[in-house]
Design a protein around this ligand. Structure first.
Ligand SMILES: [Fe+2]
Length: 276
């Protein structure tokens, strides 16, 4: 009975009209050149700025500069490492579908790549953001477990009418998270790793607040979709992230989430949360 239910979920999400297949042969030479330019530029910027797990993931998955990766090649390795795989989608997908994929250890990735005039800014995710930014960390077993758990908790947030808090949490962790390491702060968020300007700014600018990660505090912080962040949340390690999401109970937390005022970016609510 259980396997039938799971297979139905599986079939349904694959039949969604936003789900597609990567037709790698359709990429043009200009597309591959765009990938190469972005890859090589970020390889320089991310040295000593990205966390080791991202670099290890890139190497294991053999993501390199010369061509846009084939999703089937990535999946052959990724499935073996953590059971995750990439699913091609046409663009933004509904939140519930996104979370259902995560719950099934599938990561939705766009197929198209930006045009040369969009090298520095793109409103929607493209394959460079999704594959270069997100996929390397899925090789890490704890981060992979965290993403699966996020899918489960994301779906529950919709049922509880608390999606906006799950969205803020995703934003400040998966997209814009920083991690403490023995060598100082490092980047793990994909929104940062795929952006030259923000990769430097998030670690070196005096402007943003670097705040000790706390799940409630993170979910209550307003986020900006059209400018660099003024607050970054710093985790100690991926276990901390995974455990915080695994123990998240929306029903217990919903009153506090609704009553506590929203927090602006760029401030510390106390000295203890300051990461120096
Ligand atoms: Fe993303």
């Amino acid at each position: 009975m259980q396997s039938k239910v799971l297979s139905e979920i599986h079939t349904n999400i694959y039949e969604h009209p936003m789900v597609t297949k990567q037709v790698w042969e359709n990429f043009t030479e200009e597309d591959h050149s765009t990938w190469k330019f972005l890859f090589e530029r970020q390889a320089v910027v991310l040295k000593n700025r990205a966390c080791d797990e991202i670099i290890e993931g890139m190497e294991k998955l053999d993501i390199c500069n010369d061509k846009i990766p084939k999703m089937e090649d990535i999946n052959a390795i990724l499935k073996r490492e953590t059971g995750f795989s990439v699913v091609a989608v046409k663009g933004f997908i509904p939140e519930d579908l996104f979370f259902k994929f995560l719950r099934e250890r599938k990561f939705p990735s766009t197929c198209f790549i930006r045009k040369p005039h969009q090298m520095d800014y793109l409103e929607e995710p493209d394959i460079f953001h999704d594959i270069f930014g997100h996929v390397p960390l899925l090789v890490n077993p704890i981060f992979a477990d965290f993403m699966e758990e996020f899918g489960r908790k994301g779906l529950q947030s919709i049922e509880c009418g608390l999606l906006k808090y799950a969205a803020a949490l995703y934003w400040f962790t998966v997209e814009f998270g920083l991690i403490k390491t023995a060598n100082g702060l490092r980047i793990y968020g994909a929104g940062i790793t795929s952006s030259k300007g923000e990769s430097i700014y998030c670690l070196e600018s005096e402007i943003p607040a670097r705040v000790k990660y706390n799940i409630f505090r993170t979910m209550k912080t307003n986020y900006h979709i059209d400018s660099f962040q003024k607050s970054y949340f710093v985790i100690e390690n991926y276990e901390e992230l995974f455990k915080s999401v695994r123990s998240l109970n929306w029903r217990e937390m919903q009153e506090a989430l609704k009553q506590f005022p929203q927090i602006d970016q760029g401030i510390y609510v106390n000295e203890l949360e300051k990461v120096t």
